[in-house]
Design a protein around this ligand. Structure first.
Ligand code: HEM
Length: 538
């Protein structure tokens, strides 16, 4: 054959092959388009974000990640229950009290934290109470409930909370004199960390001082808490962990710092307790320690309690997790709320002045005629009036804290695993292996839960016609969870919040920096980015 002919036959066979490839490609693309079209068409009546094949609603979720709680709230306005399908998990979001009661109480055993949650959080929270189910959780719950109810712990906490509130007011007083801008959340975070370390483990870590020193443990805790959260939306986190890169590398480094701190603390405390026990034997008088770690170390001496150093480490971390970020978050949103609702700040102030009058302390505090007492003395004297019982009388302050917790719940969403296929009271079907999450943040904004003014900040909603504080069903006001796993630190949190805020609201006025954007970070808790303000005394 001539070379020209050979070439032309080669080209014509290539053309034929190309043509075939084109047909096959067009066919495959059409099938794919049809599949995607049908997939989307089938969802035309589905509530919640629409999903795509394989990736589900991941793209929409990632685009809204920075405002996830509000993104969910928007969907809740359309439907009380909806699914978010992700590549690795399907989450059923619920906001209806009947559904919440069913999941948290009625069929509690079908909705544990679950294996997936445990794996995600294990490096950080270990097998602590927050991150365990079944017998392991039951045992910790039993011991902790008993210890939390102790009067000794309450008295000890009262003193600690008062002392740290006084340190904070000293720092604020200085800031008021200089007219300095402060990051209030940063100060509150330091105060709650210092106080939880003192109540929890009997140590003073001293992060709340005028100099605002850096603290490795505090930084590491914050870093771990932020980065562990990213695992929930990144199905590739195990690969990142294996390669030790990005957020997983940061998480591993911070956990190392956290572990160093806690194991040191445990060993030191054990040695101290040992020393105290010896000196008690010699002198015959006992020096009992009331911090939570000491109580658990004593319990660990009984082999039946099965408490190793690792369990003590997990208890510590779970306590810091429970007490620090949740309480700080509430403090911060509260201060923000009274800055933007100045009428509420005035009502709290009036309640506190009446409280002073009733305690006949007027002459030593606000209206001291000679003005001879220093500011610090006045604050200290006022603080001495505050204890568990007297704080119980500040019902408007209590209602304002509760209203803050309704709209800004420290744990804004809370997932549970589904063990077996089930049907929720509203008829929604959930499958084994999926997740059900109740969303306190959205629940607080639903008209069907709180009436037409659901989104308004209104502490008065908590009072009945006789003017008495009226609590709401824990399945509607889910800020502290409900059912068998209700928060164990609720009373302690209210005690610290009321103690500190009574002092702050009595002696200071807070002023928001103009144009200061107030937004939350995506963490397990509803933490603000920052809260910049100035403060004046009153
Ligand atoms: C305003 C402050 C607080 C809020 C809003 C809050 C809220 C919550 C929530 C929603 C849970 C359930 C989390 C879950 O397991 O899914 C919880 C559990 C828990 N909280 Fe709190 N909490 C606060 C303060 C505290 C404090 C100060 C402590 C102790 C120092 C504490 C101790 C605990 C413990 C031990 C649990 C685990 C209960 C269990 O799983 O059985 N909380 N809290």
């Amino acid at each position: 054959m001539e070379p020209v002919n050979q070439l032309s036959s080669l080209f014509s066979s290539l053309d034929r092959n190309d043509y075939k490839i084109q047909i096959i490609t067009t066919f495959v693309i059409s099938i794919l388009f049809a599949y995607v079209f049908l997939h989307r068409w089938n969802q035309r009546n589905v509530k919640g974000p629409k999903s795509w094949p394989i990736i589900g609603a991941l793209v929409e979720l990632l685009m809204n990640y920075h405002r996830m709680h509000d993104w969910l709230t928007d969907y809740f306005l359309e439907s009380k229950t909806f699914k978010v399908i992700l590549p690795n998990i399907t989450i059923n979001f619920i906001a209806e009290p009947a559904n919440v009661e069913y999941v948290l109480k009625t069929n509690f055993n079908n909705y544990p934290k679950g294996e997936a949650f445990h794996e995600l959080m294990e490096g950080f929270l270990g097998d602590g109470i927050f991150n365990s189910d079944g017998e392991m959780w039951r045992q910790q719950r039993k011991i902790s409930s008993y210890e939390f109810a102790s009067r000794n712990l309450r008295n000890f906490s009262t003193t600690v909370f008062r002392d740290y509130a006084l340190i904070l007011s000293g720092i604020l007083h200085q800031a008021s004199i200089c007219g300095k801008e402060i990051d209030m959340q940063e100060l509150l975070m330091r105060m709650t960390l210092d106080s939880i370390c003192k109540v929890g483990f009997g140590v003073e870590i001293g992060t709340l001082t005028h100099e605002l020193p850096d603290n490795r443990f505090a930084k590491a805790f914050e870093c771990a808490s932020t980065n562990v959260m990213l695992r929930f939306v990144n199905p590739l986190w195990r690969i990142k962990r294996f390669l030790n890169v990005g957020s997983e590398a940061l998480l591993a480094q911070s956990i190392q710092v956290i572990d160093e701190f806690t194991y040191n603390l445990i060993h030191k405390r054990k040695a101290e307790l040992h020393q105290v026990a010896k000196s008690n034997d010699n002198n015959g008088n006992s020096k009992v320690k009331h911090d939570i770690l000491s109580i658990f170390i004593e319990l660990s001496e009984n082999p039946d309690n099965n408490l190793t150093d690792k369990s003590l480490r997990d208890i510590i971390i779970n306590f810091v997790m429970a007490g620090r970020d949740t309480t700080t978050s509430t403090f911060t949103w509260f201060i923000y709320m009274i800055m933007v609702n100045t009428n509420v700040a005035e009502k709290i102030y009036n309640e506190l002045i009446t409280f002073e009058d009733n305690n006949q302390a007027k002459e030593v505090i606000g209206s001291n005629p000679e003005g001879s007492k220093s500011f610090a003395e006045k604050v200290t004297q006022f603080a001495s009036l505050l204890n568990y019982d007297s704080l119980g009388k500040l019902s408007y302050l209590h209602a304002t804290i509760t209203e803050t917790l309704r709209l800004y719940p420290a744990v804004p969403q809370d997932p549970k695993e589904v063990l077996e296929d089930d049907v929720l009271p509203d008829g929604a079907e959930v499958r084994a292996g999926e997740v059900v999450a109740y969303v306190p943040y959205a629940m607080g904004r639903m008209v069907y839960n709180w009436g037409p003014d659901a989104t308004s900040f209104n502490p008065n909603r908590w009072f009945n016609e006789e003017g008495l504080f009226q609590s709401a069903s824990p399945f509607k006001f889910t800020t502290f969870q409900a059912g068998p796993r209700t928060c164990l630190g609720k009373d302690s949190a209210y005690l610290q919040l009321k103690m500190t805020l009574a002092i702050l609201c009595r002696f200071f006025k807070f002023h928001l920096i103009s144009n200061h954007p107030v937004t939350y970070k995506m963490m397990t808790t509803l933490t603000m980015e920052r809260l910049k303000l100035t403060v004046t005394t009153r």
